[in-house]
Ligand binder design. Structure first.
Ligand code: R5P
Length: 292
């Protein structure tokens, strides 16, 4: 059976269709004191059914986009265990705190490790989609697999891109840009240099590639505040670019990110449904299903 966290309901439904497995109804409540209660009221019936497949495995799908959704995921894992499901698989379409993968200053925690330990305690296996660094999988106790979904980001792009350039805003994301270019079928590859000054301030240095009158697709793993992308798009506009399309795996699009990108002059923003936003035009369900 597939059990969905509140932030991943469309993706969980798509995954259930893809796998032809039942989607059970989870409920998300809050006690008067603020504590959360995520539950699966029908799970005992589902486990008691004669269908051995339903009883044997629960796939809990939940992007941990907030502290609440993280806690909810732990509760849903535990509800599945409590009902007697033998194999609990946890799918983290987007793993929150994954970018805090080291102690950046003395006294800081390795937050990615802390959340991975908590999630590990309730599951037999973890899948996570395009984590910021694949090494984050090592923080989990059971096997954790990184699912690559970047190839599908080429799907919504127009077919008639003019002499396209596929760029990443920093060297770390150039493989994503390459994957999108390869799936699209043609185009030059390049990347910018990025220096981050704070959570919302980044500096982007242009590369040598000539973007004059060309269409550019900029790809990153995450768009959070939109600072990185809007700076990159600004640099491209200064250099006479034609259209700029922005793609990412995780369209977090926090705060005023969409406004920043619109003001920077992007033609369109495309993301996947690891985070459910208006811009989530591509589903990662088929890529996850391949691993299940
Ligand atoms: C960091 O290196 C990531 O790949 C993204 O570039 C970053 O998370 C984007 O964050 P923001 O949208 O806040 O600039």
């Amino acid at each position: 059976m597939i059990i969905s966290g509140s932030a991943s309901q469309a993706l969980a439904a798509a995954l259930a269709r893809e796998l032809e497995e039942p989607l059970v109804t989870a409920e998300y409540d809050r006690f008067p004191d603020g504590e959360l209660l995520a539950a699966v009221p029908g799970i005992d019936d589902a486990v008691a059914t004669d269908d051995a497949v339903t009883a044997d495995r629960a796939v809990v799908v939940g992007s941990t986009v907030s502290s609440d959704t993280h806690l909810e995921l732990l509760q849903l894992q535990d509800a599945a265990r409590e009902a007697g499901v033998s194999d609990v698989v946890t799918v983290l379409p987007y793993m929150g705190y994954a970018r805090q993968d080291e102690a950046f200053e003395p006294g800081h925690p390795v937050s990615a490790r802390a959340v991975a330990r908590a999630i590990s305690s309730g599951t037999d296996r973890v899948l996570t989609v395009t984590p910021h660094e694949e090494a984050v999988c090592e923080f989990f106790e059971p096997t954790a697999t990184a699912v690559d979904a970047a190839g599908r980001l080429a799907e919504p792009l127009p077919e008639n891109l003019a002499d396209p350039v596929f760029l990443s805003p920093d060297a770390g994301a150039v493989e994503l840009a390459e994957t999108v270019r390869d799936t699209y079928g043609e185009g030059e590859i390049d990347y910018f240099e990025k220096v981050r000054h704070s959570g919302t301030e980044v500096e982007i240095s242009p590369s040598d590639v000539d973007v004059t009158d060309r269409d550019v697709v900029v790809t990153d793993d995450i768009i959070a505040t939109g600072s990185t992308m809007s700076e990159a798009v600004g640099v491209l506009q200064d250099r006479g670019v034609d259209r700029v399309f922005v793609t990412c795996v995780h369209p977090l699009l926090a705060s005023n990110a969409v406004t920043k990108l619109s003001r920077a002059g992007v033609e369109a923003i495309y993301g996947t449904d690891t985070i459910e936003r208006q811009q989530s035009t591509v589903s990662v369900a088929p890529a996850i299903a391949e691993h299940l």
